[in-house]
Design a protein around this ligand. Structure first.
Ligand SMILES: *Cc1c(COP(=O)(O)O)cnc(C)c1O
Length: 227
């Protein structure tokens, strides 16, 4: 994709977010656009940084490590978010590289993240991932366990939980999942909600998303790969 198209895509998404937010009685500035750059090389990402975009999402620690340290040298104020599953043996690298972790999903990861953040002196904001569809193969805590899990993250491990994140089941109408995540977050007093991707981010904004994660809607279709 040429640079002009890439930047136009990003601006179109921002405009659509602003419109959906206003229609829902919210402010455009209440919604952050995370540009999901997984599978795309640094050369593709660079023009977006040059155009002023700062918030990016990656779903693999190793891939992000290969691309982002150099980009960050040039753009120290960028914000990199982990939006994919985290293995405990990657927690150290993840804490060093990312600015936000959106996929805290099980007690073991809570423990190792808390230890690494303490060790590195980097207390990152995190989101707890909720498996709203209760899919067996999907990461995330089930809705009924969200409250106890968030409490343990905060009180036993001192994590800075700022919100909830979800990926609705493929093939389901996403709106009920977004509404469920919003209800849970309200009940837990959590201000931020990461929900909505290229195909459904406008619904997510209407239902209260404060962060949307848009990949193909900005960068174009990805080559197939698992995850
Ligand atoms: C890849 C990915 C996205 C972006 O998906 P698109 O459909 O390309 O917008 C959003 N969230 C997560 C967790 C992802 O892995």
């Amino acid at each position: 994709m040429d640079t002009e198209t890439l930047i136009r895509n990003r601006n179109d998404v921002l405009e659509a977010i602003a419109k959906a937010a206003e229609e829902a009685g919210r402010k455009a500035s209440d919604v952050t656009l995370t540009a999901v750059s997984k599978t795309f090389p640094a050369e593709t990402i660079l023009p977006l940084l040059e155009a002023g975009h700062r918030v990016f999402g990656e779903n693999r620690v190793q891939e992000a490590q290969a691309k982002w340290p150099k980009l960050r040298e040039r753009f120290p104020d960028l914000e990199l978010r982990l939006i994919g599953p985290l293995q405990s043996n990657k927690a150290k690298d993840a804490v060093a590289l990312f600015d936000v972790i959106e996929t805290v999903d099980r007690p073991k990861i809570v423990r190792v993240l808390a230890e690494e953040m303490e060790r590195q002196g980097r207390k990152l904001p995190v989101f707890v991932q909720v498996n709203t569809g209760e899919e067996p193969q999907k990461a995330g805590v089930v809705p009924a366990e969200a409250q106890a899990f968030v409490t343990a993250c905060r009180e036993e491990h001192g994590l800075d939980v700022v919100g909830l994140m979800a990926i609705p089941p493929v093939g389901d109408v996403p709106a009920p999942h977004f509404a469920l995540l919003k209800r849970l977050a309200d009940r837990l007093g959590l201000p931020r909600l990461s929900m909505g991707m290229s195909s459904d981010y406008l619904d997510a904004v209407s239902l209260g998303a404060t962060e949307v994660r848009v990949g193909s809607g900005i960068f174009g279709a990805r080559e197939q790969r698992d995850g």
